[in-house]
Design a protein around this ligand. Sequence first.
Ligand SMILES: [Fe+2]
Length: 207
Amino acid sequence: MEVHGAHRGEEKRYGVAHVMSNLDADGKPTIRISKASNYHWHTDKPYHPAPPMLTMLRAVEVPPKGAGRGGDTEFANTALAYDALPDETKRRIAALRVVFRPAFDDSRPAINHPLVRTHPDTGRKALYLGNHSTHILGMPETEGRVLLDELLAHATQPRFVYVHRWRVGDLVMWDNRCLLHRVVVDAAMGQYRRVMHRSVVRGTVPI
Ligand SMILES: [Fe+2]
């Protein structure tokens, strides 16, 4: 398990689990959309040398049924997305490395990982990108950004996405090595409490 570096919106920690919520300092629901927010497609902590292999999330309080899609979590399968790329694109991106830096902390050193990573258990290849990826190593930044944006748009098409609608008590575990995820934001997230407990399990250096 990894101890989490708390940042905004994550008020309490219980050793290996911590709280993620949409509550402000007064305990009121609020929508904070920043570069670092989990409303953007991301994989958890890719700016670590050995990012977490999996994340566990348990729903403690969620917006009520019928409140809209706000608070749902969407998961995009980047192994399926990789498989669906044209062969020419697969060849073009095979040896590229992505530079990651946390959007909330410029002081951390940038880390780079393979854009196409091989799952250590299944041997399947998957795209590794999303929020916190800044550019491609050794490529002009704008060009790298455009490529990352194109690949992200490809990987997050509805055909690769599962949407989880939370019920209180749900526990979802996901594999950060082959999935992107994001929280759906709409007006409900500014109206209703959403409180989750999260733990992450350390992974290995991506290859
Ligand atoms: Fe996340």
